[in-house]
Design a protein around this ligand. Sequence first.
Ligand code: PEP
Ligand code: CO
Length: 454
Amino acid sequence: MAVVTPPPPSAWTPDSWRSRDAAQQPRWPDDGELKRAHAQLTGLPPLVFAGEARHLTRALGEAAHGSAFVLQAGDCAESFTEFSADGIRDKLKIILQMAVVLTYGAGVPVVKVGRIAGQFAKPRSSPTEQVGDLVLDSFRGHMVNDDLPEPGARIPEPARLVTAYQQSVSTLNLLRAFTKGGFADLSQVHAWNQQFVASSTEGRRFEDIAEGIDSALRFMAACGIDLRSENTLHQVDFWTSHEALILDYEEALTRRDSLTGDWYDCSAHMLWVGERTRQLEGAHCEFLSGIHNPVGSKVGLSATADDVIALCERLNPDRIAGRLTLITRFGVDAIDATLPPLLRAVQEESHPVVWICDPMHGNTFTAEGGRKTRRFDDIIGELQGFFRAHREVGTWPGGVHVELTGDDVTECLGGVEDIVEGQLHQRYTTTCDPRLNGRQSLDLAFRVAELLRS
Ligand code: PEP
Ligand code: CO
């Protein structure tokens, strides 16, 4: 009888995740529809190119080595219904403003990565949720089902995978136009200050920086430097990222690069696994292990130093700087005790890691009226703990990861306007987690710039 040799574990293919346990996947009711959506996506053009992903790996490599800082920011969940050019523009404005504050205030290059153009799927702690008297299947992001509080709306629909792709295409198209076509020009820096932000203390502090940039540009021009030929003054590199959660979608957009022969997930420049899907032997780590994009993993309270080292080995065995970003999310009360041992363990193994602080997901709680929220002070407190831990160990605090919107929402408590629980209902529009509004985001950027300076 012929002996059948199992394939070696290195036999990675875009669909090798299918032989592993895949957490958090929707129970699609119709397999035929899923196969049709998958086939359609497989035939559609990639959103990003392999060369761009390699460029981002190099930029993140600078952050791993301590000479750049990463700003990863955007919605908790993008929405099919709240989708407009103005919304994209305003989100980009606030991210560009934050990046200017960090670059100008702390003097480090900032790698700008959006949670955008693909951030449509949400892992959930519970398969059901209570809305009023109803117990419904959980909302899993518009890539999967609808957030309306009706049982029918919560049934997963495979056609949404294609809609998510299409919305990502138009979002990315506009982002490319904005960032390369003049909007992100440093001479436009005043125009990024939205009215409701400009009238605040942070807005005025931003105007001071903008004045400083103006006079630096005038000075350089007066010295005879031809500013028009300096591309870096007129364009920015803005990268996309999302949680690689729905593996049917990610697999369908994974393509082989014709230059190198390597596989890239062309749904975004960077992909990460979440706190609920980072099992070493699970489907999500299997998928990320074979694509050549820069990848990330959330790291929460349950992660031991051994777990983190194993993640580094699994996702970055070749120890390429910029390949792996670890996004910590411990909460303000736990970070001082939890982060330093992990930093030491990774340092001892000489694994190049970009350490990023997500000060949002460990600080979420449900307010009295039933809305999820976060305190601005807890968010800042966790960031302070993050910088303290890196100072203690002698490692580089590589960046921040925040959920924000350019809109004037009332979703997180505190900040300059001192939003209180009774005001949360006023402008609470997120489809998932509470986001910082424009003023809170800018305030956060000033505080991080101060932490970076010190
Ligand atoms: C998120 O980033 O929106 C998220 C769900 O994070 P985590 O996996 O850290 O819970
Ligand atoms: Co979130």
